[in-house]
Design a protein around this ligand. Sequence first.
Ligand code: FAD
Length: 307
Amino acid sequence: PYDMLIIGGGPAGAAAAVYAARKGIRTGVAAERFGGQVNDTLGIENYISVSMTDGPKFAAALEGHVKDYKVDIHNLQRAEKLTPAAQPGGLVEVELANGAKLKGKTVILSTGARWRNVGVPGEAEYKNKGVAYCPHCDGPLFKGKPVAVIGGGNSGVEAAIDLAGIVKHVTLIEFGAELRADAVLVKKLESLPNVTIIKNAQTTEFTGTNGKLDGLNYTDRVSGEARRVEVEGCFVQIGLVPNTEWLRGTLELSKHGEIIVDTKGATSIPGVFAAGDVTTVPFKQIIIAAGDGAKAALGAFDYLMRN
Ligand code: FAD
């Protein structure tokens, strides 16, 4: 068995692996796709000390750093079931899709999250070419340009307020009859001069020219008419889904499906820790996930010493 078994090989899992290995304990990582969401990122400009890199380069650097140490990497392996230890201090078991069972005295869950897609034509085609999901990451790319935000919940309205300070104009598109964000945020949004709010709008297609987004089409759900907004960027803010489907009913999750953790990354199951986008940690960013992975590994190491 491993002293520390890490599930997920994104920034959180990679950081946990480096911290665990440096304690000289038996460390294993199982990941469906090493690198995680970073693989889908074009430019990364906000990982402090690295002015500019790209996703594949950053993912390769994560893997390279982990491989500097003695860590067993089970890449392209999907975890499907977690069984808590029979007694405190016992072994936690994780079953993989291929039927293999891995065991750890401690387990760190760092399976990340995924942005919910609108699921209309053009979205995949113009992803990273105008269609974006992370305002903190990609907002500055659209400085002085017209953009749209899809989604009128807290994240969409926060994104629109944030972007309004950078871009030329923001069109916020909401499917329902009202914005669902907190009243204070809606009031703030409505006070901004360079923001238009469109409600009852169902996005039907993203369009582009020369491989770059040039706008989106939507249906006015009240009149049934087809309409269009011309933008160079569109931020999709209709939810971030944590990869915890396989853990439902096993440990405590928030109402959004995130793993609930304490300040040391401990979950509701003894010996099982969690880190990064899959948890309740606020603000889903690479640098935050990496720090969180380091913290959970130290939390798990502390647990090992006491059990
Ligand atoms: P993830 O990166 O999601 O990694 C999860 C890992 O778990 C992966 O290895 C995955 O394969 C694995 N996994 C999932 N389920 C299972 C399972 N059942 N069994 C085994 N393995 C599993 N952040 C920034 O700070 N700057 C940016 O510029 C930036 N740009 C972004 C651009 C895009 C398009 C996207 C999608 C995100 C961006 N982010 C950016 C956010 C950032 O990528 C995430 O916050 C970060 O990757 C989270 O790290 P993580 O390790 O928690 O999870």
